[in-house]
Design a protein around this ligand. Structure first.
Ligand code: NAP
Length: 485
């Protein structure tokens, strides 16, 4: 197995086209969440390495920004092909460090490749404007130009595809980058360096630094050559980066936390809703920003939904991600398990009824039983806090307007889902929900063709879709006068 992954498994920073250690030689251990054992280490870098990476990106920008959209599309298409040709190896590496089932890792590699292809195409359609001029002898031109050096910071839950959404538009637009992957899952991030090199991306156009988050993040937000910060992670860290970026007024994109509601109305197809619930809750063991946090189920179908959901959840096979048939891997680490235990204890103490799971899994380490809590109450911690684990609290409601009000009662606004077969209700509820992503009778909706981004404290800007590349472009207005017309 490791033979396949080893080609992509780099244990060094990529700076200016060279794979290098941290200046101090210090390293960070990376563990396999399924065993708790170390699988290797990566450089523990800080300010100095980050500064050199920024300088390399800045130097490379000079020529890379002048390449044609076609040349950049070709690089992206080659990167796409390399990913798909090596899907198994990249997926194994991802599962090894992150824990998710191999099938989910393969899916993550495939959607990452799809983002690259989307942006390879979009990059060729970065149009400007010729605007009708109010002056007879002047012409008005609007150009789109790459912003410059982009800093990308990403989380551990989707260590490959979260970067695809940033690398794709950055390269397509003609930007160069410095990447800081999450310390728990750095290998899938470093693999991007191998893919980029093999696809012919010029040295310095993509740099990757692993290590101290605050030192690397501090330098990326302080340095004036970095023109844009694109971050995916918690709202807490997003706010820190926003504050730090204010000093040099950087462009920012923030993909932050969520607290997704999933509403099931009386008119819904319950079997379809349960299927959607499994996908929207238990994928990646509940560790996605768009995972359902709260299930609101209308009174007439409440018992039926809880019963069917619990039955399905009991049947989810928990195991190491690399083992055939596994659909639930471990949580990322023991801290995550402890948080889930605390949230369950709080819910049970406030009247919650465990109808599936509820405990650590017999496999040990950070494995946890997929869990359903019936009779959930508003005052429970799970109502307000991002669970980030395989726990489904199910609340009962009577009136449609109450469901919408409760669903919106959060500072987050990333994803939400609802199931209904009443057309009028579908439109009323869809329009009432304050969320950037709405799944109607669907539990998984992410695709490169559609914009992905949150409202409220879930973020700023969109990744993917027709608008995704705009975040990497500046607008320049040019007035050409004295034409003597
Ligand atoms: P996190 O703690 O915010 O970490 C995310 C990244 O930020 C990691 O690379 C981390 O580095 C880095 N970081 C931490 N402190 C930093 C600092 N002071 N300066 C600069 N960088 C810093 O989030 P996480 O626990 O990895 O990921 C889970 C969170 O991400 C959840 O809230 C989830 O909802 C959110 N998420 C959102 C989306 C979306 O698209 N909206 C997608 C996926 C995940 P280290 O690893 O070295 O600490």
């Amino acid at each position: 197995m490791l033979q396949k992954t080893s080609h992509f498994m780099r244990q060094a920073n990529l700076i200016g086209g060279e794979w290098v250690a941290a200046d101090s030689g210090a390293t960070l251990d990376v563990n396999n969440p399924a065993t708790g054992l170390s699988i290797g280490n990566v450089p523990k870098s800080g300010k100095a390495e980050t500064r050199r990476a920024i300088e390399a990106a800045d130097a490379a920008f000079e020529s890379f920004s002048k390449t044609t959209a076609n040349e950049r599309a070709k690089i992206l298409r080659t990167m796409h092909d390399i990913m798909l040709d090596n899907q198994d190896a990249l997926a194994e590496l991802l599962t090894l460090e992150q824990g998710k089932p191999l099938a989910e890792s393969k899916g993550e590699i495939a959607i990452g490749a799809a983002y690259l292809m989307w942006f390879a195409e979009e990059g060729r359609r970065v149009y400007g404007d010729l605007v009708p001029s109010p002056w007879a002898d002047r012409r008005i031109m609007v150009r789109k130009e790459p912003v410059g050096v982009v800093a990308a910071i990403t989380p551990w839950n989707f260590p490959s595809s979260m970067l695809a959404r940033k690398i794709g538009p950055a390269i397509a637009a003609g930007c160069t980058s410095v990447i800081k992957p999450a310390s728990q899952t750095p290998y899938s991030g470093l693999a991007w360096g191998v893919i980029a090199q093999e696809a012919g991306l010029p040295a310095g156009a993509m740099n990757i630094v692993t290590g101290s988050a605050s030192e690397i993040g501090g330098e990326l937000t302080r340095h004036p050559a970095v023109k844009k910060i694109t971050f995916t992670g918690s709202t807490e860290i997003g706010k820190i980066l926003l504050k730090q970026s204010a000093n040099t007024v950087k462009k920012v994109s923030m993909e932050l936390g969520g607290n997704a509601p999933f509403i099931v109305f009386n008119s819904a197809d319950i079997d379809r809703a349960v299927e959607g619930a499994i996908a929207a809750k238990y994928r990646n063991s509940g560790q996605t920003c768009v995972c359902t946090n709260r299930f609101y189920v209308q009174s007439r179908v409440y018992n039926k939904f809880v019963e069917k959901l619990a039955e399905k959840v009991e049947g989810l096979k928990v195991g190491p991600g690399l083992e055939a048939g596994t659909v639930q891997g471990p949580l990322i680490d023991n801290n995550a398990v402890e948080k889930v235990e605390e949230l369950i204890a709080d819910a049970v103490g406030k009247g919650g009824r465990i109808v599936a799971g509820g405990k650590r899994h017999e496999l040990g380490h950070s494995f946890f039983q997929p869990t359903v809590i019936a009779d959930a109450k508003h005052r429970m911690r799970v109502t307000k806090e991002e669970i980030f684990g395989p726990v489904a609290p199910v609340y009962k409601f009577t009136k449609e307007e109450d469901a919408v009000r409760l669903a919106n009662d959060t500072q987050y606004g990333l994803a939400c889902y609802f199931y209904s077969n009443d057309l009028g209700q579908v439109f009323r509820v869809m329009e009432g929900l304050k969320y950037g992503l709405v799944g109607v009778n669907e539990g998984i909706i992410t695709t490169p063709e559609a914009p992905f981004g949150g409202m409220k404290e879930s973020g700023l800007g969109s990744e993917g879709g027709r608008h995704g590349i705009d975040e990497y472009l500046d607008t320049k207005y040019v007035c050409i006068g004295g034409l003597g017309l």
